[in-house]
Design a protein around this ligand. Sequence first.
Ligand code: AMP
Ligand code: ZN
Length: 462
Amino acid sequence: MDIYFYNTLTKKKEKFEPIQNDEVKIYSCGPTVYKNATIGNMRTNLFQDTLRRVLKYNGYKLKHVMNITDVGHLVSDGDEGEDKMLKSAREEHKTPLEIAEYYTKLFFADLERLNIEKPEIICKATDHIKEMLELVQKIMERGYAYETSTAIYFDVSKLDEYGILSGINLEEQKSGARVEVDKEKRNPYDFALWIKAPENHLMKWDSPWGQSYPGWHIECSAMSTKYLGEVFDIHTGGIDLIPTHHENEIAQSKGACGKIPAHYWMHGEYLLINGGKMSKSLGNVYLLDDIISRGYDPLTYRLFNFSCHYKGKLNFTWEGMNSAAVSLKRLREGYQKHLVGNAEVSDEIINDMENRFHQAINDDLNMPLAMSVVWEAIKYPEKSNKIAKLLEKFDTVLGLKIAEKKQEKEIPQEILELVEQRKQARAEKNWAESDRLRDLIAEKGYNIKDTKDGAQIEEISK
Ligand code: AMP
Ligand code: ZN
């Protein structure tokens, strides 16, 4: 069955045609390991995992590379400010290596808890300094870079086109009011390939330009070329990477070999919190640990992500998590009922559901639509082991561990008391208090449903 992906490069949904028939080569920009990954970061990783699983469902082998940025990513995402790793090391009184090891470990623990498959190749920037230097030299030799007193810059004016992913207009930019930090730069969009290190800089290496360190973008070009070749199939990342990081990766590849490195560029949208950005000042930066400490199965967050297409903005709320938790519980219970069922369900019905699920996932990873077929299977009135087998097949894409059995827990006394207080508030028509208590109960991981028989408490899967 054909697969279609939305390609940021062409701004179109396109039929997927891999370079090789049997193996798909993917590069994903990985984390900068200077702080905890948030559930927002995890949304991007879940999108990439779904892509992997869908390709495997279609019979492809994968060669998927993910980098770990442990040097060169400056605070501004451009060429300004301190290296994020060094800033974190200074603040936490650790060495950059300790910081990198600590946060890398936490990152992979999160992936595991979300049942996100590990890419076939994981590579660290600091292990590839030699490859990066060689690439910078190649770009220089081909006339696409120049040296200033502080750095080696890529000269974007040497390209036939810069900004193809994001549609930057260089002419407009030239007359714009951007304040230039480095007066030696030839063009505002020129970016650092390599940076000369100040005297007391912690992470630096010997180079033809003295003690120095890489810019952020060169690592991805160097590592993708090393492991996947000059041109591979799919490049992924979050949408924030389009205008700077990915434009610059394309520029570097064009400078080094005249080619755009990937055929398909796929970008995941952001996770919002209560409709806005996650930010420290709002106190709404959530980690997977926050979800787990509130009693949710981490896979609840995985299922929550399937309520939205990866290209749509997804709004995180605890109410939404509660619904997802109830759904996960029902999915697993529904699966168990089919598992022991012996009703006759025709192959035609099974094949039709399988076909529609397959079409949905192949249509640019349409998980909300795929989930509607999953629910159809779960709710199918005739309980049949054949449907259980079909659900197991679907779960190779969903990764929800649908066959897992969870122990029911009693509703804690604290929740029962809050429900009682809410009942009282409602009797007094104190709707504000009733809503406050509902939110509080939701935060603690329980859903309340007002029925004619009173409030029904739905325990989330724990
Ligand atoms: P950061 O930790 O901000 O450098 O983010 C690392 C990567 O995670 C970014 O490049 C984004 O692609 C992704 N990311 C960060 N925040 C979010 C979010 N709220 N939703 C989805 N992806 C995100
Ligand atoms: Zn990258």
